[in-house]
Ligand binder design. Structure first.
Ligand code: TXA
Ligand code: MG
Length: 530
């Protein structure tokens, strides 16, 4: 009965090959707290007729079709441009319905369903004859999930109980987490889109193969191995199905296809968070110097540390679920940018973090670099100018250095030995800097904090007395120099305090020269290290 379909099962429907006739896609807003039965019935009737309706689930948007109609599955593959041997997940709304589509259901299933259904867990069973091979990509097993979203549940019931739904993206793009994403990919190719707003989880369901004992996780998701084990005891993770290098045929056929890859090269930077930030700063800085800004996947906590590149916030580290929710959205956004490379911070592979890293690594084609490799090349990563009141010479030196052509990224700041409370920069110093096209308007004086000196901080004092004081109070010696000493230029830096504007101008001239020499020295240090 399926021979016609099966014989062309390797056929790849290209999204641009004109097989699909353009159709008008109806877009209907639905409120999950107040479901409009007319809209759901209209959508359900379309599915009963073998048509395609995209709908929200708590994981990602799905592209729904009647799971029991061979023709409907075929349309699904065509609309997505997906290889037709990549099976679909059948979505049900009532637990009793599982028995109609699956056979030899293992005993643990009851417990798992009681705990996790409705929810982001897909289980694989031997299929019954009711399910056509078109839906299962030719396999004798069927993947089943009961989603939690009330709109999804209402739609499944209105459609007769069995709705196959892959993620509602064009094959090769990130799964959609909003109806807008579905429109961007499938407008004109499907009959209807139910817009239920942004999804909750943002990553596809956990897939658990129940046809083997103990069950095997084929795809990590919001339901973690630990959560499953709390209910049924040991499960295993099929790391083969997740690794590109695997020689064995993957169990979830979807895993064998080239996964979503952003247009730009995505690289995951790995290390402790501080190192990751420093490494990405440096990489972004170098790219910027070459006139090719990079994209950066940052978090609420780290956003402010990046000065170069196109920086996007994926979510907060305080709540990894927000990161999961932001991942596909941010990847879609970067596809709109004219960039060659995206650098991403990494996330702990625990809880939902495992699913986050799984999707991120796939998108990166497993491309990653250790942050330490980048930062170890840099002896100094921070330069602090120390003066007396941190109101004129220190901040001027810092601002001058920020305007130099440096081959390495530094945190550049200033502080003072006698600062009691924050004050803006001296007005005459600001006037001189302004006339040179710079400004100290954001400066606020800052007391020197010797307790927080790090090995990678180069401390340059304006006067010898400041260096002496730091040495006697804190005893750090390796990285403290006067500016004169470090540059090897002993031109005295005049103190303009209380003098007319011209004195500030003279001070500026000296500083300008010393800072240019400093920049040259720093650049030569970086080259030597490399
Ligand atoms: O969260 C989700 O699971 C979403 C929403 C819409 O429910 N759906 C989803 O479907 O992610 P899709 O088609 O994008 O991914 C389904 C994955 C594929 O990797 C497929 O190969 C695998 O499930 N799969 C489906 N049926 C299978 C089967 N019988 N045996 C092994 N793997 C199967
Ligand atoms: Mg998918």
């Amino acid at each position: 009965m399926t021979s016609g379909w099966m014989s062309q099962k390797k056929f790849f429907f290209n999204s641009n090959d004109g097989i699909i006739n353009f159709m008008k896609t109806k877009i209907r807003k639905v409120d999950k707290n107040q479901i409009d039965d007319d809209i759901i019935n209209e959508a359900g009737n379309l599915l009963r007729e073998g048509r395609l309706v995209a709908f929200p689930t708590e994981t990602v948007y799905g592209l729904g079709a009647d799971a029991l109609q061979e023709e409907a599955a075929k349309r699904t593959y065509e609309a997505k441009g997906r290889p037709s041997d990549n099976p679909l997940i059948v979505h049900i709304a009532d637990y009793e319905d599982l028995k109609k589509i699956a056979v030899n259901i293992p005993a643990e299933t009851d417990m798992l369903a009681a705990h996790f259904w409705p929810g982001p867990l897909t289980m694989i069973f031997e299929k019954s004859d009711a399910v056509p091979h078109g839906t299962t990509g030719g396999l004798d097993t069927v993947a089943v999930r009961m989603p939690e979203d009330p709109v999804a549940l209402a739609l499944i019931r209105a459609a007769g109980g069995f709705v196959s739904a892959p993620s509602a993206n064009t094959s090769g793009r990130p799964s959609p987490t909003t109806a807008e994403h579905v429109v961007a990919d499938l407008d004109g190719r499907i009959d209807m889109i139910l817009d239920g707003g942004a999804v909750d989880i943002g990553l596809e369901s956990t897939i658990l193969d129940m046809t083997v004992a103990p069950p095997v996780i084929l795809r990590p998701g919001a339901i973690t191995a630990e959560m499953l084990e709390d209910v049924i005891g040991p499960v295993t993770a099929d790391d083969n199905s997740m690794s590109e290098k695997s020689a064995r045929a993957p169990k979830a056929p979807g895993m064998k296809y080239r996964h979503y890859a952003p247009k730009a090269k995505l690289v995951i930077v790995e290390g402790d968070l501080r190192e990751e930030i420093l490494a990405i700063r440096q990489l972004a800085f170098e790219a910027d110097r070459k006139g090719r800004p990079v994209g950066i996947i940052a978090t609420s906590e780290t956003l402010a540390f990046y000065k170069y590149g196109i920086v996007k916030n994926i979510g907060t580290r305080e709540n990894e679920r927000s990161v999961a929710r932001g991942l596909y959205k941010i990847l879609r956004e970067f596809d709109e940018e004219d960039i060659d490379t995206i650098y991403s911070e990494s996330f702990a592979a625990q809880g939902i973090g495992k699913a986050i890293m799984n999707r991120l690594e796939k998108a990166a084609g497993h491309h990653r670099i250790p942050a330490a490799d980048i930062v170890k090349l840099q002896k100094y990563r921070q330069i602090t100018f120390v003066s007396g009141t941190d109101s004129a010479r220190g901040p001027m030196a810092a601002e001058l250095l920020r305007h130099c052509d440096l081959v390495q990224e530094y945190v550049i700041n200033s502080s003072g030995m006698v600062v009691l409370f924050p004050e803006p920069a001296n007005q005459k110093a600001e006037a001189i800097m302004k006339s040179a096209g710079m400004t100290l308007k954001d400066h606020s004086s800052h007391p020197f904090d010797g307790e927080n000196i790090r090995e990678d901080t180069l401390i340059l004092t304006i006067e010898e007395s400041q260096k002496e004081k730091i040495l006697s109070e804190y005893g750090h010696s390796d990285s403290i120099f006067t500016l004169n000493e470090f540059t090897g230029d002993d031109t005295e830096i005049p103190d303009p305090y209380g003098k007319p504007l011209t004195a500030y101008g003279e001070c500026y001239e000296v500083l300008n020269r010393l800072i240019n020499e400093l920049a040259e020295k720093l650049n030569s240090l970086t080259e030597e290290e490399k």
